[in-house]
Every structure is written in structure tokens, then in C-alpha cells.
Design a protein around this ligand. Structure first.
Ligand code: SAM
Length: 471
């Protein structure tokens, strides 16, 4: 039954294959020669399959874990350098006809005020986000064909890209909306979206159906096959994720990696990103109701294993997590974080962070300037770069560059240029000082001299008031 090339959900995410894998992992969790082989394979940077990764996840040996963490850190450094890409979510509408039991937007929730942004409100939110310094957004909406039809989402994307306030611009809009049709994915592609993100929530079909008792999202196969339809519609950057806490994490890691293997086998390109959300408290949601919550150590181990299993896939951590957890995961593999997020519809135009329409409780509540400052203090380069997709480096073209190690000549200078823009236009005095020091130091790490020289010119041009340079 298990067939990674199949386009049928239950064949590429085979429950039997997952159960077999978990037994195999349990039997081999202390099989040191096998674990040695797996670690050696991971060290060659070619990734691991779901079986190998599951053995590492089952293994509890301290020395193996220490080696795994060291390797994850090294792979992170080799593939992504010390750059961290910044983004913010923008909630368009919390109207939703689904019954997801973990999400406060579920249809039965009568206590949450329902809101949908008008185009003027979208413009105001975008101006507020631009005024913080954001260049990359992930738009979020509940599923409601009447209130949030695809035409509404497309209109919002147009509006977002059209806003040019002072030196601000949103240069990449990623989209996190419910599973839809090939035709709608094509329209999203034509609207110029970056990544299409859809969390699987859980790969366990039986649990999935219980956790999504009503509404279109109840259909496990339609949801699980969404990325195949997105790719058929021309979107080649897709983002996966599970909501940790809903099901057993060992099952989820296996399913997640099988999904990544399926995309590679069936479409020739793996996932662009994997998001790492954990379930959080929200309006009528108590995370303690769910029995499968994972502690911070397990979360870190999962992160490290994903890093070594799919080295070419970016990893995202949101403000669901605290500053401390985010700090730990940044080293182990995370390459993108959100900053100053508001998870409520219309939240960015309010002085105080509104909580009434929030999708979940935000743990990291710092301003974008504070997050940027913090990253630099810890030696990370906050990057507002959106160049790859604007230069057509998506899907397999992006992966080819990454695999050939050529991405550093683009990403590193682009990170410095966009950091300079941020610091000049939006940074506090201290952030500007730290950014200038960091840029000066990091210029030396651009491998090609010619590119280094062009980068220096662009940095001077930014001081002279020019904007939007990219490699
Ligand atoms: N409605 C869209 C869908 O059907 O996929 C996606 C948008 S939803 C705003 C984004 C994600 O938030 C969901 O996929 C879910 O994983 C996550 N989420 C929902 N409730 C949550 C909670 N209580 N804590 C943390 N994350 C939650």
C-alpha cells in the first residue's frame, strides 16, 4: 500500500508504514551500530528518511543526543549561515465554518467576535506593519466560502502589494489558507504569492477526523493532498507543519517526513519550509485538554532531527513560543521567525495588543526592533530578504542553488542589505549601531570579492536614500 509517488493521501501517508516504522524504531533505539550508520549518513548532509529519523527520535542515549545536537547546529550553520529571516502574520478574517476542536475560530464558538478586514483596513494594517519594518507577511484566514472566498483573498493580496508607505513595501506574501482547488491555487500563484503554507495538524487519519468533526476540513484526504494540487496549480514553494500536541509526536514526525519524501518523489521538489507550532491557550481552548503536549526538550530534539533529516527545508517558529524556547531552536535549525506578531484580526492598528479575536496566545510579545536587536546581540543576522522568489528562484531552482552551496553569494549580501534598510528606516539608535557593526564584520563572509564590492556599493546607496537592491 505504501507508495511515496502515489497521489493518494492514504498511500503516501500510510498508517501501516508509520506503525511499522515506530515498531522498528523502538526495537532499534539502542542498536548502536545502526545509530552510528544513521549519524554518519546525516553528517554527509544528504538527509535521512522517515525510518532513520524515527530511530534517532526513539534513541535516548545521552551521547547520541549530544552528537545529534552538534550536527544539527553544524548543518544549520553550513546551509543557512547565521541568517534568520523575519516575517509577520496578518490575520484577514476569523470567519470559519470548520469545527476544529483546538482552534477558537471554530464555528460553534459564539463568544469570539467575528471580524473580516475591509480593503481600507488591510491597507491600514499593512502600513502599521511596514512602519515596524516588515517586508514579508504570511496571510491567515479561517475557511468560509461566503465571507472569505478566494476573490476576497486575492483582493487582499493585491491591496497588500499595492501599499507603498514612506520607504515601506511588502515584497513577499505567503499564504496560509484552507486547502482549495487546483484552479484557486493557480489564481494564488498568478497573484504573486510566495509560499503556500498549510499545516496538516495531524497525520493520524482517525484522530484528524475527530479533531475536525465538521466542515470541509473534516475531509482528511482532501486536506492531505492539498500540496499536490498546489503544485499542479504551479505553486512550487509549499510549507508543511503539524500542530504538536494533538497526536503522538513520534507518529507526527514520521508522517511529516513521509510527506516531504512524497513531494520529492512525486513532484521532484521537497517542502520549502516546515513550521513548528505547538498548541496554545486561546479564547475557548485549553491546551491541557489535549493529552499529547510535548515538553521543551522533546521539542528541541524534534527540531534537531528535522534539521538533519531535511537540511534543504527552512524551519519556522512563531511567537507561540517564548523568547527562551526560540533562542534554543534558532541554533538547532530554525531559519525563520515571526516578530511583533498580533494574531487577531485588525490587531496591528490597535495601540494595545487586542486579545478578543486572537487565534492563540502570543508568548513572545517584544517589538520587532527588540527582536532584531536581540538576534544581533546573539550573533544572528536578521534578514528581511525576499529576493529568491522575486528573482524566480523558487522550487527546484532554489533547491539546486542551495544544494550546490551557491546560495551564500545571494543570501548573505541580501541579508546585510535588507538589515541596513531596516536599521536605517525603522531601527532604534542602538539597533542601528549594532547593525552597522554587524554589517561591517559580515561583509568579510561574502565568498566572492566582486559580490562583496557590489554589496558595499548598495550599502552606500541605502545611506544615500535608495532602496530595494538584491542579488
Ligand atoms: N484556516 C486555515 C486552515 O484551515 O488551515 C489556516 C489558518 S489558521 C489561522 C493557522 C494555523 O493555526 C492552523 O493551521 C493551526 O495549526 C494553528 N492553530 C489553530 N489553533 C491553534 C491554537 N490553539 N494554538 C496554536 N496554534 C493553533
Amino acid at each position: 500500500m505504501y507508495n511515496p509517488k502515489s497521489l493518494k493521501a492514504e498511500e503516501f501517508i500510510s498508517h501501516d508504514e508509520i506503525m511499522d516504522t515506530l515498531s522498528y524504531a523502538e526495537e532499534n533505539k539502542a542498536n548502536m551500530p545502526l545509530i552510528r550508520e544513521i549519524l554518519d549518513k546525516a553528517a554527509k548532509r544528504g538527509g535521512l528518511d522517515h525510518r532513520e529519523a524515527s530511530v534517532l527520535l526513539a534513541c535516548e542515549d545521552e551521547a547520541v543526543l549530544a552528537e545529534l545536537y552538534a550536527l544539527a547546529k553544524q548543518i544549520k550553520k553550513d546551509f543557512y549561515g547565521n541568517r534568520i529571516v523575519m516575517f509577520a502574520p496578518l490575520y484577514l478574517s476569523n470567519y470559519c465554518i470548520n469545527g476544529c476542536v483546538y482552534c477558537p475560530y471554530h464555528r460553534q464558538n459564539k463568544s469570539i467576535p467575528r471580524r473580516k478586514l475591509t480593503q481600507d483596513e488591510v491597507r491600514a494594517e499593512v502600513i502599521a506593519l511596514q512602519d515596524m519594518g516588515h517586508k514579508r507577511l504570511a496571510i491567515e484566514a479561517g475557511e468560509d466560502p461566503k465571507n472569505n472566498p478566494i476573490e476576497y483573498i486575492l483582493e487582499c493580496i493585491d491591496t497588500i502589494y499595492s501599499v507603498k508607505h514612506k520607504n515601506g513595501a511588502i515584497r513577499r506574501v505567503n499564504v496560509n489558507i484552507a486547502a482549495t482547488t487546483v484552479e484557486n491555487y493557480r489564481r494564488l500563484k498568478d497573484a504573486g504569492i510566495g509560499t503556500y503554507i498549510l499545516f496538516q495538524e495531524t497525520y493520524h487519519k482517525e484522530s484528524y477526523e475527530k479533531l475536525h468533526p465538521t466542515g470541509p476540513k473534516h475531509d482528511y484526504c482532501y486536506h492531505t493532498e492539498a500540496m499536490d494540487r498546489a503544485m499542479e496549480g504551479g505553486i512550487d514553494d509549499v510549507g508543511l507543519g503539524v500542530l504538536f500536541g494533538l497526536e503522538l509526536y513520534k507518529y507526527e514526525l514520521c508522517g511529516l517526513l513521509m510527506h516531504a519524501e512524497h513531494l520529492e518523489a512525486a513532484h521532484g521538489v521537497g517542502p520549502h519550509t516546515i513550521s513548528m507550532p505547538r498548541i496554545k491557550r486561546a479564547d475557548d481552548i485549553d491546551p491541557d485538554q489535549f493529552d499529547n503536549g510535548i515538553d521543551d526538550d522533546t521539542f528541541a530534539k524534534l527540531c534537531a532531527i528535522i534539521r538533519v533529516a531535511v537540511p534543504y527545508t527552512g524551519m519556522i517558529i512563531s511567537t507561540r513560543e517564548s523568547q527562551d524556547v526560540r533562542r534554543r531552536l534558532l541554533e538547532l535549525g530554525v531559519s525563520q521567525i515571526s516578530g511583533a506578531s498580533r494574531t487577531s484580526v485588525g490587531g496591528y492598528t490597535e495601540d494595545e495588543r487586542p486579545t478578543d479575536t486572537e487565534q492563540f496566545d502570543v508568548s513572545d510579545q517584544r517589538t520587532l526592533d527588540e527582536v532584531v536587536h536581540w538576534l544581533m546581540e546573539d550573533g544572528f543576522i536578521p534578514s528581511f530578504c525576499t529576493a529568491c522568489y522575486r528573482e524566480g528562484r523558487t522550487g527546484d531552482r532554489f533547491m539546486t542553488l542551495l544544494k550546490a552551496g551557491k546560495i551564500h553569494d545571494c543570501c548573505h549580501p541580501n541579508a546585510l542589505i535588507t538589515l541596513k534598510e531596516f536599521a536605517t528606516d525603522y531601527g532604534s539608535e542602538d539597533t542601528r549601531r549594532l547593525a552597522d557593526e554587524m554589517i561591517e564584520r559580515e561583509l568579510q563572509n561574502i565568498p566572492t570579492e566582486k559580490i562583496r564590492e557590489i554589496c558595499k556599493r548598495h550599502l552606500n546607496d541605502i545611506e544615500d536614500g535608495k532602496r530595494d537592491f538584491r542579488f
